[in-house]
Design a protein around this ligand. Structure first.
Ligand SMILES: C[S@@+](CC[C@H](N)C(=O)[O-])C[C@H]1O[C@@H](n2cnc3c(N)ncnc32)[C@H](O)[C@@H]1O
Length: 253
């Protein structure tokens, strides 16, 4: 193995992504994942069963950091719509739907969506196979509550700016976006992913897309790889004040 070298990401929002260290190990696999960033999800879900065996992120219940958030927020639907991004095995979408939201949930993997439909046949979630890179046009500014858990970090760094932009666009005026992600202040390693653990600047980047931070806390030790940042944004209606990009941190164990 060649010694680590510092590289700059090319063709991406350099300020957002910064620099990363990488080695030549697994270069072929990394290159193919880089060119075709979502193709590895379908085989993983195709191989699993309704218990989610072998899907490393599958909690098979409401995500623990989302549960912490729910304890702080009175999430009520009042006739509102919700979208769950990269819904995986579907538990978080069901949590949202049971709170009365007209809930749409999507994943790029057809097998993941099949599992959701078979696990939750009686829930009123609208399950869709869809790609965050090319979502249906009428989803833009289409939802009152958007939930993103761990999708950005599951895609190679060169796509991060694009997917942050895509996710932010889904939120309608006056709507909320909840972003749950593993975040580290340490130097990033390309070969360590997936997941490509995010940095504080990735979370702050949602604020550059017309969203304002409403609430932010850190779920300490919330994941094997570190702390989980749980950040709520809203899209001001009309002439609402833009975000100053600053996150004041509360830690929760
Ligand atoms: C790390 S998993 C997290 C799944 C789920 N949110 C959870 O917390 O259990 C990332 C999910 O995003 C989905 N995904 C990745 N890229 C996507 C894309 N471009 N469009 C839609 N779904 C995507 C994957 O199939 C996978 O289910």
């Amino acid at each position: 193995m060649k010694p680590s070298q510092v590289i700059a990401f090319s063709g991406v929002d350099a300020e957002l992504v910064g620099q990363a260290t990488m080695t030549d190990r697994n270069a072929d696999e990394r290159a193919s994942r880089d060119d075709d960033p979502t193709s590895w999800f379908e085989p993983l879900y195709r191989e699993t069963d309704l218990e989610g065996d072998g899907v490393p992120w599958a909690n098979m219940e409401t995500h623990p950091s989302f549960r912490k958030w729910l304890a702080r927020h009175d999430l009520k639907a009042e006739g509102r719509s919700a979208l769950v991004v990269g819904c995986g095995m579907g538990d978080d979408a069901v949590e949202v739907s049971r709170r009365g939201f007209a809930t749409t949930a999507f994943d790029v993997s057809p097998s993941a969506i099949e599992h959701c439909q078979r696990r939750f046949p009686d829930e009123s979630v609208q399950w869709h196979v869809a790609d965050l890179f090319t979502p249906p046009a009428d989803w833009d500014s289409g939802f009152d509550f958007v939930l993103e858990i761990y999708t950005v970090q599951s895609l190679p760094p060169r796509y991060e700016a694009q997917v942050i932009e895509r996710i932010a666009r889904l939120v309608r005026e006056g709507g909320q976006l909840l972003v749950i992600a593993i975040v580290s202040q340490e130097a990033r390693s390309l070969e360590a992913g997936p997941p490509w653990v995010l940095t504080p600047s990735h979370i702050e980047a949602f604020g550059d897309r017309g969203l304002t931070v409403e609430d932010h806390f850190v779920h300490e030790g919330g994941a094997r790889r570190g702390d989980v940042w749980v950040t709520t944004f809203y899209r001001p209606s009309g002439d609402g004040s833009p975000s100053d990009g600053t996150l004041s941190v509360t830690s929760i164990k």
